[in-house]
Write a new protein. Structure first.
Length: 253
């Protein structure tokens, strides 16, 4: 009679042994009240008196579904994001909130819509990293009492209305055209300054001007199919004639 009772008691005591994986923690309740956190590895709870609830402390990835929201400058856009978080306080994730996963998701979606509404479209497109950091800070502060740590938030896609895309493309094209015109105008200004300086130097020496003219004629004559008629000043021809006569006289001497 005693042997069955002893075996039953041993079986009852043995039923209290539990094993938690390295990435798990067990929240132990005794008669409905929180007692302790156990794991990982082998542990024992009092049968019929204590019960447990296991929590996974690995980093979890949450896809925030696409949200349609309005920016500060009244542009309707669609944006989605990805959230990474993990449990740092297993007991708080069970005692402080009924469903920590759902709570984190819903608050993150709400925070994403609110923060987009505080920025213009240009800021959303240009300052993604800053917006991600701000969103992470806001969500992390709210979820900290739940024992949840927000590791990272990343906006994936920002969908802009088709009409706004065309308007932005036209604006970008106009900006590029403006820059091209400015560069061209600056080049023409630099060229005019150089030409003015060259003209002033040639003005000091008329012969330099004629030599430059002859150089231009030789450049034009490179093309054999080109016929060029040039008017040469008489002063230049007389000077050339005198130079030729002087050379001839020296040879005769």
């Amino acid at each position: 009679m005693a042997l069955p009772i002893i075996l039953a008691l041993l079986a009852l005591l043995a039923s209290g042994f539990r094993i938690a994986q390295e990435y798990q923690r067990a929240i132990v309740f005794r008669l409905g009240r929180f007692q302790t956190v156990k794991g990982p590895g082998l542990y024992w709870i009092i049968p019929l008196i204590e019960r447990q609830q296991t929590v996974d402390i690995r980093t979890k990835t949450v896809d925030l579904e696409q949200q349609e929201t309005i920016t500060k400058d009244s542009v309707t856009i669609k944006v989605n994001a990805v959230l990474w978080f993990r449990i740092v306080s297993p007991e708080h994730s069970i005692l402080k909130v009924a469903d920590y996963y759902k709570a984190v998701y819903q608050f993150s979606v709400s925070a994403l819509r609110n923060i987009i509404g505080q920025h213009s479209l240009d800021e959303v497109l240009r300052e993604r990293e800053q917006i991600n950091a701000t969103l992470q800070k806001i969500v992390d502060q709210t979820t900290e009492p739940w024992g949840v740590k927000i590791e990272m938030v990343e906006m994936k896609d920002v969908e802009i209305p088709e009409g706004m895309q065309r308007a932005m493309a036209r604006e970008a094209e106009a900006i590029r055209e403006k820059r091209a015109r400015i560069v061209k105008a600056e080049a023409e200004l630099d060229a005019s300054i150089k030409l003015t300086q060259g003209a002033k130097e040639m003005e000091k020496s008329p012969m330099a001007l004629e030599l430059r003219r002859m150089q231009m004629i030789s450049e034009v004559g490179i093309d054999n199919n080109t016929t060029t008629i040039v008017l040469v000043p008489s002063d230049f021809t007389n000077a050339a004639k005198s130079f030729t006569e002087m050379v001839a006289n020296k040879k005769n001497d």
